[in-house]
Design a protein around this ligand. Structure first.
Ligand SMILES: NC(=O)c1ccc[n+]([C@@H]2O[C@H](COP(=O)([O-])OP(=O)(O)OC[C@H]3O[C@@H](n4cnc5c(N)ncnc54)[C@H](OP(=O)(O)O)[C@@H]3O)[C@@H](O)[C@H]2O)c1
Length: 297
């Protein structure tokens, strides 16, 4: 019988660009010195297929390392991959993208940062002590295993339509609140009252991509002020159908300086979107501690 999949790190000489990385959609890529390291869960035939692809592209294979001990070869193991093993990217360098970039950098997390406007991304990255590597959106999609899409709902939809299958295997983090201007200086929901942008977006993703709703429960100024709060961390709620993806994003929430509390699966995402009962602009109406959050759930 074919052994269960295992986690592999495959080192290739040179820094692979977005076009070459697109040949390995199931792998997370990171640069290590002059090399590129591809990490991912592979069964035997996927491993052989990947090696054949490396050969066909005339790439120089330097090392294949199995990260999963044989007795722990289960897919659960990947779920236990910590955020520090993952390549994280933020796409979008506006209010939320900029705050999360600062939060992740303050937590010592290295990440890719991409926007439509390279100069704006460079400006955000410049004050972050080298933790942010500015790349194109294409490159962020191809290299990152965890993509925080700090975009408005329509842009988020368009990005999914554009990249489609290239998002397979990725964890997609969704902070979106489905609102727009109401014409009177306020906001109104731009989808049905009982609809959730998290569920809508999850339904648009290709098979194998896993959406986690997170980082959208607080307004930008509150989010920024609440990072690394003492003596008790401020809670950021998240919702995930996939335990592994949820655990990864919980790690990212901690790195950002907040306390993660899972509200449930994506069918609960509406509760942590704007006007939901666990949102700052909903019944909850404020920042909460873990104890308060657990009582509110
Ligand atoms: N602001 C808040 O208080 C708040 C709070 C919680 C959650 N959220 C949610 O977070 C999301 C982002 O909100 P925000 O306030 O950060 O918006 P924002 O300041 O307008 O930033 C959005 C960013 O997305 C970029 N963008 C749009 N399409 C792109 C694409 N295809 N590729 C790369 N970048 C793209 C924009 O780039 P350009 O500058 O080139 O247009 C802009 O930098 C929204 O879904 C919102 O509902 C916002």
């Amino acid at each position: 019988m074919d052994p269960a999949p295992a986690l592999y790190a495959i080192r290739i000489e040179g820094q692979l660009g977005a076009t070459l990385l697109a040949a390995f959609p199931a792998m997370t890529a990171r640069r290590d010195g002059a090399d590129t390291v591809l990490t991912g869960l592979l069964d035997r035939s996927a491993l052989f297929g990947l090696l054949a692809e490396i050969e066909a592209l005339s790439l120089d294979l330097l090392e294949i390392r199995q990260l999963t001990p044989p007795h722990e070869r289960t897919s659960r193991r990947v779920l236990e991959m910590s955020i520090s093993d993952s390549t994280v990217a933020i796409i979008g360098t506006g209010n939320i993208g900029g705050i999360l970039a600062a939060d992740f950098a303050a937590g010592g997390q290295d990440f890719l940062l991409a926007g439509r406007d390279q100069a704006a991304a460079e400006k955000v990255a410049s004050g972050l002590g080298g933790h942010a590597e500015v790349v194109s959106v294409d490159e962020a999609v191809d290299r990152a295993g965890v993509l925080v899409l700090a975009l408005w709902l329509d842009d988020f939809r368009q990005l999914i339509a554009r990249y489609g299958g290239r998002l397979a295997g990725k964890v997609i983090v969704d902070p979106s609140n489905p609102v727009g201007p109401d014409g009177a200086g306020g906001y109104k929901k731009v989808i049905g009252d009982s609809e959730s942008s998290g569920l809508i977006l999850a339904g648009l993703l290709p098979a194998g991509a896993r959406l986690v709703k997170a980082f959208g429960t607080l307004s930008a100024p509150t989010l920024s002020a609440a990072a690394r709060r003492e003596p008790e961390r401020a809670v950021l709620f998240y919702a995930a159908d996939d335990d592994a993806a949820g655990d990864l994003v919980a790690g990212l929430i901690r790195v950002g300086g907040y306390e993660p509390v899972r509200v449930g699966g994506l069918d609960q995402a509406i509760r942590i979107e704007m006007y939901g009962d666990l949102h700052e602009y909903g019944a909850l109406g404020r920042v909460v501690t873990r104890t308060e959050a657990l009582a509110a759930i």
